[in-house]
Design a protein around this ligand. Structure first.
Ligand SMILES: C[S@@+](CC[C@H](N)C(=O)[O-])C[C@H]1O[C@@H](n2cnc3c(N)ncnc32)[C@H](O)[C@@H]1O
Length: 219
């Protein structure tokens, strides 16, 4: 949890965006909910968020293939984010927006509850050393934030090639205990989504990939 002074400092950092692109989500001067209908056309009813979207290959491909769905890519590395929104501009995509905001700082402040049909976290940094586990994205607060911004029936999708991080995430999901229970805690395939270059790299190295999927219960 961030204290008020640190929150304000971090917010003043993230609210300065050095681009005029209309595809960048421009927050107000304080962390406050961004109504998705400010960005997406009225006919768009399904919304997809990728956290740590890297070079944005996955969301860009999905946005091209699903013009009636809205996509948001959150990535803190500016060069990666820029490549994503420049490609989206070249392709004239109207259904994808980009945010440079660190998803661990303000996730549940900036998106209203019940906003997304899908939240994807693909290959977050595994922080393999024990003394660095505290830096892992998955913890109880993070799961709570993801849960809150999902719509009822919405899905949280997670992938990692790191066995220890898969185990860590499964343990946190069991403890969190608010997603629907599932007979299969993980699997080794996820055919429904495009494969990112990072994912392909790991596959080519012969690594096993752990895919997790959890649903928020219907009310
Ligand atoms: C290993 S890469 C995976 C990228 C992409 N998801 C994929 O599958 O190709 C992890 C990405 O998450 C980004 N990232 C990590 N923590 C983040 C955070 N707290 N907020 C925003 N981006 C983050 C990193 O900058 C990096 O681009």
């Amino acid at each position: 949890m961030l204290n008020a002074e640190l929150r304000q400092k971090l917010w003043s950092l993230v609210s300065k965006t050095h681009s005029n692109s209309s595809l960048i989500i421009r927050p107000d001067n304080k962390p406050s909910p961004i109504p998705l209908h400010n960005y997406f056309a009225g006919n768009i009813e399904q919304h997809f968020l990728e956290l740590g979207s890297g070079w944005s290959e996955v969301v860009l491909k999905l946005a091209e293939e699903n013009v009636n769905m809205g996509f948001i890519a959150m990535e803190r590395k500016w060069n990666r984010l820029r490549r994503g929104f420049e490609l989206a501009e070249q392709k004239n995509l109207q259904n994808i927006f980009f945010s440079a905001i660190n998803f661990q700082w303000f996730l549940s402040d900036i998106f209203p509850e019940n906003s997304f049909d899908t939240v994807l976290l693909n290959f977050p940094d595994p922080w393999p050393k024990k003394k660095h586990h505290k830096n892992r994205s998955i913890d109880q607060n993070f799961l709570k934030s993801v849960y809150n911004i999902l719509k009822p029936g919405g899905k949280f999708l997670f992938a990692t090639d790191h066995f220890g991080y898969a185990r860590w995430t499964i343990r946190h999901l069991r403890k969190f205990n608010q997603f629907e229970s599932t007979s299969q805690e993980y699997c080794f395939e996820r055919p429904a989504l495009p494969i990112s270059s990072f994912e392909q790299e790991k596959m080519d190295e012969g690594k096993r990939i752990f895919y997790l999927e959890r649903s928020k219960p219907w009310l």
